[in-house]
Design a protein around this ligand. Structure first.
Ligand code: F6R
Length: 242
């Protein structure tokens, strides 16, 4: 595992964007694994600036989101389908037809999640997966106790995750209780995983993921099993590393 510690959150975004841009330049039809939440926003901004200046073309790439809420309409501004369209597909000039988000409204969740994993495999697998980490160590929405071999499936959000994400909703009670998430096993199949974290609130989770024992209580620790994992953090998020 490679750990890169940088002074500011903007540096984290720029350096992670460098990695993604180099994958896309080498392989224009690359498959990108897309995280939502606050952590990757500087990456998307940095990539969007390169696209706007003509320095990068992401139009042939495809993308798979990590997760989606269950129980809110697709057109809700905080559905991850909306977030990915607004923060990623539009600004990066990706082809919407090549970007998928798990279908949180599917009548048959089991079939939809199995189909999602199949679609990733049929696309040739994820070339580079962007990840954030929850303060409780989750990656995707694989909350503590998730199996390291789990596949895309429905999960219950931890109360602390619902509290953390309440900032995106008008009322904390509006935060969905369930989600679909790529499993840890699914995430580990990406050829390169890039986890970004900023701020002191992530310091314990980063330390547990990077230096702690492999444990289902810290799903991020599964990345220690990956042969090409890069963790890019600012100094505050690195402050609990030894
Ligand atoms: C989002 C996701 C989550 C977030 C994590 C951190 O697609 O899978 O694991 O990366 O909850 O969220 P932020 O970045 O908002 O602190």
């Amino acid at each position: 595992m490679e750990i890169i510690i940088l002074p500011t959150p903007a540096d984290v975004g720029r350096v992670a964007a460098d990695l993604i841009a180099s994958v896309v330049r080498a392989k224009p039809a690359a498959v990108l694994g897309l995280a939502t939440g606050s952590s990757p926003l500087d990456i998307y901004r940095s990539l969007a600036a390169r696209v706007a200046s003509g320095d990068l073309d992401v139009s042939e790439a495809s993308g798979f989101a990590l997760d989606e809420y269950v129980g809110i309409p697709l057109e809700h501004p905080e559905s991850y389908a909306s977030v990915i369209a607004r923060d990623v597909v539009g600004p990066l000039g990706m082809d919407p037809a090549r970007v998928r988000v798990p279908d949180g409204r599917a009548a048959d969740i089991e079939a939809a999640t199995a189909d999602y994993d199949r679609a990733i495999a049929e696309a040739g697998g994820v070339d580079i997966q962007i990840l954030g980490i929850g303060a409780n160590g989750h990656i995707g929405f694989n909350e503590p106790t998730s199996s390291f071999s789990s596949r895309t499936r429905i999960k219950t959000l931890a109360p602390s995750t619902r509290e953390a994400n309440a900032r995106f909703f008008d009322d904390p009670d509006d935060v969905p209780t369930h989600c679909l998430t790529q499993g840890l096993g699914t995430i580990l199949e990406a050829r390169h995983v890039v986890l970004v974290a900023q701020g002191a609130g992530k310091a314990d989770a980063v330390a547990a993921a990077v230096e702690g024992p492999l444990s289902a209580m810290c799903p991020g620790s599964a990345l220690q099993l990956h042969q090409h994992a890069t963790v890019i953090v600012d100094e505050a998020a690195a402050s609990r590393l030894t």
